[in-house]
Ligand binder design. Structure first.
Ligand code: FAD
Ligand code: NAD
Length: 474
């Protein structure tokens, strides 16, 4: 079969499927090729995010949070239950249902937008054709004026701790354990290690996280990282810093780990090991040799500021290109590229992309950290406000953490907002909007915030930049 489209997207993760929908909205004849198969072997659109990433991890985080509250936090409200138990099959099954609902939802959106889906592996050929290899090996070639590469990323594998899907698992394996491991080892105290480590800790696993770097959560603002580390320690998550794994031997359904830190070599035996040491762009089989599309030293597809590869009509977006590996970053790139293809003015502001870590407490930030401002020699003022002084947070019994705001010392322009505490995954949006509109701390300070809400912490932190917070000493 030969067919000609305006746009072919390879990859239906949050970058690719959003690009396809936006392209179709703009009147472009669009196809999307994706190889991901769900547990039933059928095509499951939505990529890492919907199948084995954002959505399933949040489903398990939410279920495990309910269980943890029942077993640890409800007593203070006068609520008790006898012998609470967790049924792991139901716990994981609920997650699977949510995944199916959302991957099916993308199929429905494709139908509604008249996007043609192809199930299989897409390879870009010279001249903007795409060879699609179906799961049964059948091949067909389709072509388009524009091709958007959105092939995403895969977990990095350590050569001495290879994934076996049973004892040594990646994110997908850690979302599908059939029982709560007695001892869970995690390599990497990054976003996945903290989120999935928290899930199984809340259900009763003894969780030890080994992190190679000497500093905890060094991508976040140092104050936020310090508060988060203290809270995780209180929850019983063991995080060993400066700890490099050197060996992982699977023996009789256990994994014997050897790691080194400043005090020398140590042994640790666990039942399951989650390796979460980062992800790498995935381009295996994506490009014929003569396409002209280039990869950088980290294997990412090289693109310019408009996500164009330099090859006529070939674009790339999402985890497969530079920038943070976040679903919303990829989606916005998808929208922008579709708009550029249609001759419109696409827009992405990489300076205001929010980060959220869905632990307890949640962590969220946007803009510059204090260290980044210091290193860049930018003069700044700091305002902070603790959730301990927020009535709503105390009423919820979740009065942990703070909001920290960084504003330019002379212009008062908001440069960075760093939060750790209840509901901050939602509160960060206010900071993003303010920064997007180049607002100041005073702008936020003059906006009426409802009482009693968690958002009052944002308001008070903005007031605190000017040393006029009402409910704390300045
Ligand atoms: P992907 O989602 O990886 O999708 C790429 C798709 O392309 C896949 O379906 C793949 O099968 C397909 N593909 C690849 N090559 C080919 C080919 N040659 N032919 C056909 N198909 C191909 N981000 C957040 O913003 N928030 C979160 O809470 C969050 N949680 C996460 C939790 C976990 C456990 C993980 C692993 C990731 C999480 N992420 C989160 C990151 C997020 O999932 C990624 O940033 C996002 O999925 C990247 O989107 P993408 O479309 O670029 O690629
Ligand atoms: P990460 O980059 O967040 O963390 C990896 C950690 O592993 C780092 O702290 C790193 O220092 C450490 N590390 C690397 N090699 C090591 C080694 N040999 N031994 C011990 N530690 C080692 O990566 P991740 O947690 O795998 O997640 C991948 C990406 O997926 C994230 O960067 C993020 O972009 C995305 N993600 C986002 C969310 C979210 O937005 N909430 C959730 C999960 C994943």
């Amino acid at each position: 079969m030969s067919d000609k489209f305006d746009v072919i997207v390879i990859g239906a993760g949050p970058a690719g499927y959003v690009a396809a929908i936006r392209a179709a909205q703009l009147g472009l004849k669009t196809a999307c090729v994706d190889a991901f198969a769900g547990k039933d072997g059928k095509q499951a659109l939505g990529g890492t995010c919907l199948n084995v990433g954002c959505i399933p991890s949040k489903a398990l985080l939410d279920s495990s949070r309910q269980f943890h509250n029942l077993t640890h936090n409800f007593a203070v409200h006068g609520i008790s239950a006898d012998n609470p138990r967790i049924d792991v099959a139901t716990f994981v099954g609920r997650k699977d249902k949510i995944v199916k609902q959302f991957t099916g939802g993308v199929s429905q959106l494709f139908k509604a937008n008249k996007i043609t889906p192809f199930f299989g592996t897409g390879k870009l050929l010279k001249g903007n054709s795409v060879e699609v290899t179906a799961p049964d090996g059948g091949k067909q070639t389709i072509s388009a004026t524009n091709v958007i590469l959105a092939s995403g990323s895969v977990p990095i594998e350590l050569p001495f701790a290879k994934f076996d899907g049973k004892n040594i698992v990646d994110n997908a394996g850690a979302l599908d354990l059939t029982e709560v491991p007695k001892r869970l080892g995690v390599i990497g105290a990054g976003v996945i290690g903290l989120e999935l480590g928290s899930v199984w800790k809340r259900l009763g696993a003894d969780v030890t996280i080994l992190e190679a770097l000497p500093d905890f959560l060094s991508v976040a603002d140092a104050d936020v990282a310090k508060i988060a580390a203290r809270e995780f320690a209180k929850q019983g998550l063991t995080i060993k810093l400066g700890a490099k794994l050197t060996k992982a031997d699977v023996k009789k359904n256990e994994v014997e780990l050897t790691y080194e830190d400043k005090d020398g070599a140590h042994q640790l035996t666990v039942d399951k090991l989650l390796v979460a040491v980062g992800r790498r762009a995935y381009t295996t089989g994506l490009l014929a040799d003569d396409t002209g599309v280039k990869l950088d030293e980290r294997g990412r597809i090289v693109v310019d500021e408009h996500n164009h590869t330099g090859v006529d009509g070939v674009w790339a977006i999402g985890d497969a290109v530079r920038g943070p590996m976040l679903a919303h970053k990829g989606s916005e790139e998808g929208v922008a590229v579709a708009e550029w293809i249609a001759g419109k003015a696409g827009h992405i502001n990489y300076d205001t992309i929010p980060w959220v870590i869905y632990t307890e407490p949640e962590i969220a930030w946007a803009g510059k950290t204090e260290k980044e401002l210091k290193d860049a020699g930018i003069p700044y003022k700091v305002g902070t406000f603790p959730f301990a002084a927020i009535g709503r947070a105390v009423a919820m019994n979740e009065a942990v953490g703070q909001v920290k705001m960084l504003a330019h010392a002379e212009t008062d322009r908001l440069l960075g907002v760093h939060m750790v505490g209840p509901g901050v995954s939602e509160l960060i949006a206010e900071a993003v909007v303010t920064m997007e509109f180049k607002g100041s701390a005073e702008d936020l300070a003059r906006i009426v915030h409802a009482h009693p809400t968690l958002s009052e912490a944002v308001h008070e932190a903005a007031l605190s930049v000017d040393k006029r917070a009402i409910h704390k000493g300045n």
